[in-house]
Design a protein around this ligand. Structure first.
Ligand SMILES: Cc1cc2nc3c(=O)[nH]c(=O)nc-3n(C[C@H](O)[C@H](O)[C@H](O)COP(=O)(O)OP(=O)(O)OC[C@H]3O[C@@H](n4cnc5c(N)ncnc54)[C@H](O)[C@@H]3O)c2cc1C
Length: 426
């Protein structure tokens, strides 16, 4: 059995690990990248519907803001060091030109996630870093000269400095099963409870499932708890599925649902219920919509509602709206048929079609894990784990979650770069 030792060890050949290994090796250090599975970048390959939305068109400041107050504060130095524009330039240098897509997304021009994964792996090899496949890590501990890493096959790898980036526990079948949290907990480091995020939502309501397959492009989704407290809002496309709601608008709000469920489980209280209100005409205020209907009611020819609305709602969805508004079996009423009360109900429903939500589809379907190593215990300028000399953490294992749109890869690359620089400086 060959011994493994080098200046720097990196655990996990995902987006963060490959970026960190290459960056540290380019700074002149000997680097070994330990990967549990027989391949690199499994999630990169699966990402963005196999097209890989690798970063965003947003600038560093606006990208950071999407990670919440704490996340933004933490991420600022990393996103200043490696901006979304830098990530694009770097992939361009590596032979992967990129292009913009709607909703601030950046994809490889080829539309192939494989090109992104291959470029990262090629850069690791070109930098001189070595990849050890099927080198699953069991635990990490302080060694005589730095950090010892115990592998599943009993080998102990020895490093002067160690960068930990084994990801979270979403899509566990790809190899990320959340083992890293236990290693850090054993070092007395606080882990914010991991919950699934960027995950579709489930609804117990039959009519929602009947709309399966309908996508609404311009809609604002608002998530409310049982007390009708607004937990979050997001103007992004929403998709009705046979289980509930998906699409970025719903998935971006899912962390709140997962947190509520985790809290109830901890307290052994009844599972919480949530409501998503869908504003199907976000361009118009309630008042403007009311005026539009009144105006249409007075128009010659008595146009149908579907002809009056500024959005093109599929018939099945329009029927769900009129039913929820209490307009009986009328699918597409004419505004001149509506009395004041019916018009009010229609306006309220179009501005907030109410969908009951009872959970998420869980880690198996979650794009990321929210929670992880508490940011208070990590230096945001170096990604050094506080109180543990020579230990660094980056990527999804940190308590950092951004919305859909290339933000999570961007955070993984940027935190990896700072961790690599600091570890190489060591
Ligand atoms: C279906 C899907 C689509 C997504 N699409 C996008 C997208 O388009 N844009 C975007 O920004 N984000 C997307 N994401 C999220 C993105 O994939 C993650 O944010 C990103 O991969 C995190 O990078 P990471 O390197 O920290 O972790 P990971 O990419 O998860 O890599 C962790 C690596 O560590 C290895 N590992 C785990 N445990 C061990 C161990 N014990 N020993 C050794 N190795 C170990 C794993 O096998 C894996 O290779 C998507 C996620 C999924 C699941």
């Amino acid at each position: 059995m060959s011994a493994i030792a080098s200046d720097i060890g990196v655990i996990g050949a995902g987006a963060a690990g490959m970026w960190a290994a290459a960056a540290a090796a380019r700074l002149g250090r000997s680097v070994v990248l330990l990967e549990k599975t027989p391949r690199t970048g499994t999630k990169v390959l699966a990402s963005g519907g196999t097209r890989c939305n690798l970063t965003t068109t947003l600038d560093a400041r606006h990208a950071a803001e999407l990670f919440g107050r704490e996340g933004a504060r933490f991420l600022r130095p990393a996103l200043r060091a490696v901006t979304p524009q830098d990530v694009r330039a770097r992939f361009e240098e590596w032979g992967v030109p990129t292009q913009e897509a709607p909703l601030e997304k950046i994809f490889p021009t080829s539309g192939r996630a494989r090109d992104v994964r291959d470029a990262l792996e090629h850069e690791v090899r070109a930098s001189g870093a070595r990849i050890e496949f099927e080198a699953g890590v069991l635990g990490i501990e302080r060694g005589q000269a730095g950090w010892d890493v115990v592998l599943h096959d009993g080998r102990v790898a020895r490093f002067t400095r160690l960068i930990v980036c084994p990801g979270g526990m979403s899509y566990p079948k790809t190899g990320t099963t959340g083992e890293g949290y236990a290693w850090l907990e054993r070092l007395d480091l606080p882990i914010v409870e991991p919950v699934p995020a960027l995950v579709p939502l489930s609804s117990p309501v039959e009519w929602v499932r009947e709309l399966s397959g309908i996508a609404v492009q311009d809609v604002e989704a608002r998530l409310l708890d049982e007390k009708r407290t607004l937990l979050g809002r997001r103007r992004r496309p929403v998709l009705f599925t046979h289980k509930g709601l998906s699409g970025p608008g719903a998935m971006d709000l899912s962390e709140h649902v997962a947190r509520g469920q985790a809290k109830a489980l901890r307290r052994r209280s009844a599972p919480p219920q949530f409501t998503i209100e869908l504003d199907l005409v976000p361009e118009l205020t309630r008042e403007a919509l009311r005026e539009l209907l009144i105006d249409a009611a007075g128009r010659a020819g008595a146009p149908l509602l579907s002809r009056v609305l500024p959005v093109d709602l599929p018939k099945r969805l329009l029927f769900a709206v009129t039913r929820q508004a209490g307009l009986g079996r009328e699918v597409d009423p004419r505004p001149n048929q509506l009395d004041k009360q019916a018009r009010h109900a229609l306006v309220e429903t179009l501005k907030g079609l109410s969908v009951q939500i009872d959970g998420t589809l869980g880690f198996d379907h979650a794009e990321v894990t929210a929670g992880g190593l508490a940011l208070t215990h990590v230096d945001s300028g170096t990604l050094a784990v506080k109180g543990h000399d020579g230990l660094f953490a980056c990527g999804e294992i940190l308590d950092l979650t951004g919305p859909i749109g290339g933000l999570n890869f961007q955070a993984a690359f940027a935190t990896a770069e700072l961790a690599a620089r600091a570890a190489a400086r060591g």
